[in-house]
Design a protein around this ligand. Structure first.
Ligand code: NAI
Length: 213
């Protein structure tokens, strides 16, 4: 498949399509119309058609979408078959939960190392990996060449650590640290995660609904 430029809002919807199509596959549904898929996902059929048209359509008039094929194509676009090396920094409450509960492999990534600067944590195990001291970060990166770092450290440590990680070859951050990283290198990708923003979106919707009734 050639390299197409897909807009960010469409990319943000792709994992959800991938997940729903996986559920359809598990239900042994072979094909689905954009209308049925839209109903299941709470989207409009035209939105779905528009999204899929961004990377070639693949629906057939009167036939709908072939579930397995569509899921494979979306999986390919998302890179779920890659084995991108990932390290996680900060094995506290959040870091341990992320390491233990997110299936990195299903998402094209492989968690290969966990680091923390607390000497009491070094040598303990989480998600089948032994937590390593920060002193070993450099040699680990030289040897294993991870591309992505998950930042589960406090805000005030984030920028310095990110700069160091970039110098060690990290080119993607999954940033939970609540700090807006200043990255000048255009090749470095940052995906910020703010669970609080999601909660505030819910709070806003509740507030609006309660004030309407
Ligand atoms: P925690 O205190 O349990 O864990 C932080 C860990 O980072 C500790 O084990 C500590 O030793 C380690 N650490 C601190 N500085 C470090 C450094 N420079 N290098 C390596 N390791 C270092 O805290 P928790 O609850 O796990 O939260 C971590 C961060 O994530 C906090 O900043 C918190 O605000 C943020 N957070 C973000 C959420 C989000 O939705 N993005 C949700 C929850 C927490």
């Amino acid at each position: 498949m050639g390299k197409q430029v897909i807009s960010t809002p469409v990319i943000r919807r792709l994992p959800r399509y991938y997940r729903f199509l996986g559920e359809l596959e598990r239900e042994q549904i072979e094909r689905i119309s954009s209308r049925e898929l839209a109903q299941r996902m709470g989207l409009s059929a035209s939105q779905i058609r528009q999204d899929f048209n961004c990377f070639g359509g693949f629906g057939q008039q009167g036939y709908g979408y072939h579930v397995r094929e569509l899921r494979e194509i979306i999986g390919e676009i998302l890179g779920v078959h890659e084995h991108t090396g990932v390290i996680l920094i900060g094995a506290g409450n959040l870091g341990k939960a992320v390491a233990a509960h997110l299936d990195f492999q299903k998402r094209g990534c492989e968690l290969i190392g966990i680091f923390d600067d607390n000497p009491l944590l070094a040598g303990t195990t989480t998600a089948n990996l032994t937590i390593m001291p920060m002193e070993t970060l450099e040699s680990f990166c030289k040897q294993r060449k991870p591309q992505v770092a998950v930042l589960c450290i406090p805000k005030d440590a984030a920028q310095q650590l990110a700069d160091k990680l970039i110098s060690l070859g990290i080119s993607g951050f999954w940033n939970f640290s609540h700090f807006d990283l200043r990255i000048t290198n255009p090749d470095v990708i940052v995906e910020n995660v703010h669970l609080g923003d999601s909660l505030m979106t819910l709070a806003y919707c509740m507030h609006r609904r309660n004030n309407e009734t």
